[in-house]
Design a protein around this ligand. Sequence first.
Ligand code: PSV
Ligand code: MN
Ligand code: MN
Length: 424
Amino acid sequence: MKLNKEDIQEYNEGLLEFHQEKLAFTKKEVTNAEAIIQKLVDFQIAIPSWALGTGGTRFGRFSGGGEPATLEQKIEDVGLLHALNQASGAISLHIPWDIPKDAAAIKALADEHGLVFDAVNSNTFQDQADQELSYKFGSLQHTDPAVRQQAVDHNIEVIKHGIELGSKSLTVWLSDGSCFPGQINFKKAFENTLESLQKIYAELPEDWKMFVEYKAFEPNFYSMTVGDWGQSLLFANKLGPKAKTLVDLGHHLPNANIEQIVSLLMMEGKLAGFHFNDSKYADDDLTAGAIKPYQLFLIFNELVAGMDAAGMNHAKDLGWMIDASHNVKDPLEDLLQSVEAIMLAYAQALSVDKEALENAREDNDVVVAQNILQNAFRTDMRALVAEARLRAGGALNPIGFYRKMDVRDKLIRERGSKTVATGL
Ligand code: PSV
Ligand code: MN
Ligand code: MN
């Protein structure tokens, strides 16, 4: 199904008066409001093809109805999100969960929905039915060179799919590691992984990047071969300029200072981008901003400072993606909530008076420095985010409109009530 621009417009008209009052008030409070709105209009966050179904846990999966069964339907779902918020104009594919059999047709369909293809993701953390050798004891790190080669070949295959679709980056997340002390030789595992990554890196087109994603634990529980930003950065530095470190917010040990990690990676020119989600404990993959919105804001504060210092284009020079899905919400509503939270944090970060903050830091005025950040965080930016959506042709209240149009019911009628989308 597709949403109709005229229906969105009509819906917005009913909310316009109140919105404009709120906007006028926010503009009094936020001096650079117009510049923020423009930046928000330009900002796009990619949606992963695996987040469109109800996520599972290892204890069960309570699939909602109307889930997309094919890649075409997934593109349709991201198209719905983009029509609603005008900020989800890209889709990221995980292969082989979503193989584009006819790339030209898939590209044309995405184009019809105003979507481009973000990073392509390889999968060597599961065995596929037709696979010759098992990844039970790792993939790129494996003791057997034949297993490593199979995983390298898969990544090269993924790059080929990406080229056909117009993607510009490959994300490599490895579950490689060990579950028990003594199980692997750390040094050999690192060296094997590096050698395998080098073979993949050699196949990257000129204008591509390789995103090396780290994760502290799970599914391996004693060691992960790309377990933190230090290990990822080591690989990225050894690989070369196209390789960078990807930060997934849920992939840290508890209480890690992610904003500091971001700042230093940017200083080194080695930050690839983000997988947004939120967590209370570990890789919970909860809706962005649901648990620690202040952390999300502090991360954006470092991002904006780092990108501005390096003269980067906020919308284009880093990879922005949501990597969240949960089992108790309508996935489309959940994604709309994540995008909104990310936009709010970004808007708040854009409102920080950087000069005043730097002066307070130089003067060691801790109180003023803290106040500058907390004032920005406590400023209600919802009207600016809504205004950006309005100007771009989206809905003032995306979830409100989604519910008013009974989108989920329509999808259930179209696709059935017992649908399960591919993914975790
Ligand atoms: C792993 O936990 C991860 O964050 C990686 O990005 C994977 O590709 C994705 O989740 C798949 O669920
Ligand atoms: Mn991730
Ligand atoms: Mn994850």
